[in-house]
Design a protein around this ligand. Structure first.
Ligand SMILES: Nc1ncnc2c1ncn2[C@@H]1O[C@H](COP(=O)(O)OP(=O)(O)OP(=O)(O)O)[C@@H](O)[C@H]1O
Ligand SMILES: [Mg+2]
Length: 240
């Protein structure tokens, strides 16, 4: 098996809608190492979210190959793809996507219900995850009773409760102020370090990208640059 968690080779994705076809991704090749942190940048409409959807097995490319953890994603059936999405990959979004009527703990435990974990074990693991992201004592708060940064921590705890190897975050700090954004990036960096998690982050903000080891830039569906970050930002903000 290659030491890369992800190997995308020459993938393309075209949307056929009402008007002209949209060539959202054109001949993209990309590797993400195990335990690597990657930033994906580029202007609006350049294909960032489309790429995240493919990486997250939410959608399949039209052509090309996608190897995830040694498995050829293109050959997986519906159930296998669902397993990849629900267990092997975690997702975090700009607007947190929490259930408004469910407590922080219930939100975090949700993926464990689908994974068939019993309720006692669910609660135990949910509490562990909340404490890992610095939210001990907030278990029974509803999302609206939490700050934006705390809501994003709940979403991160939920995305990691099944212990996936890959975390995909589409503009995770897009709705947060600068200080809170830095705290969220420090948290992601700590989880990446401590859990050997691979992370791919879409961001518009150069300062956020500098927390990552590698930055790729998309333009018009193509990768126009790849750079290594010599000294990724390492802050030691304490969770909480
Ligand atoms: N489901 C869809 N059907 C048709 N076209 C789509 C669909 N999703 C995306 N597109 C088009 O594909 C292109 C890439 O979209 P994508 O959402 O990947 O861009 P993005 O880089 O994430 O942009 P943003 O920074 O605004 O989120 C755009 O031109 C968009 O209009
Ligand atoms: Mg997008």
């Amino acid at each position: 098996m290659s030491e890369n968690l992800i190997d995308l080779n020459d993938i393309s994705k075209t949307y056929y809608g009402a008007g002209e076809p949209v060539y959202a991704l054109r001949s993209i090749s990309l590797s993400v190492g195990s335990g690597e942190m990657l930033a994906i940048m580029g202007p609006s409409g350049s294909g960032k979210s489309t790429l995240m959807n493919l990486l997250g097995c939410l959608d399949k490319p039209d052509t090309g190959s996608y190897i995830f953890a040694g498995q050829d994603v293109m050959t997986l059936d519906k159930d296998q793809l669902a397993y990849f999405r629900n267990v092997l990959i975690g997702f975090v979004f700009q607007n947190f996507n929490l259930l408004g009527r469910a407590s922080a703990l219930e939100n975090v435990c949700l993926p464990l219900i689908y994974a068939g974990v019993n309720s006692k074990e669910r609660e135990k693991r949910g509490r562990q995850m909340l404490s890992l992201v610095g939210l001990e004592g907030r278990e029974h708060h509803l999302p609206r009773q939490l700050s934006g940064g705390q809501q994003q921590r709940v979403a991160i705890a939920r995305s990691l409760v099944n212990r996936p190897g890959l975390l995909l975050a589409d503009e995770p700090t897009g709705a947060l102020d600068t200080k809170t954004s830095e705290e969220i990036m420090s948290l992601l960096q700590r989880l990446h370090r401590e859990q050997g998690l691979s992370v791919a982050i879409v961001t518009h903000e150069p300062e956020i990208a500098l927390y990552c080891q590698k930055i790729i830039r998309l333009s018009d569906g193509q990768i126009i640059s790849r750079e290594k970050v010599a000294n990724p930002i390492q802050t030691q903000v304490k969770a909480g």
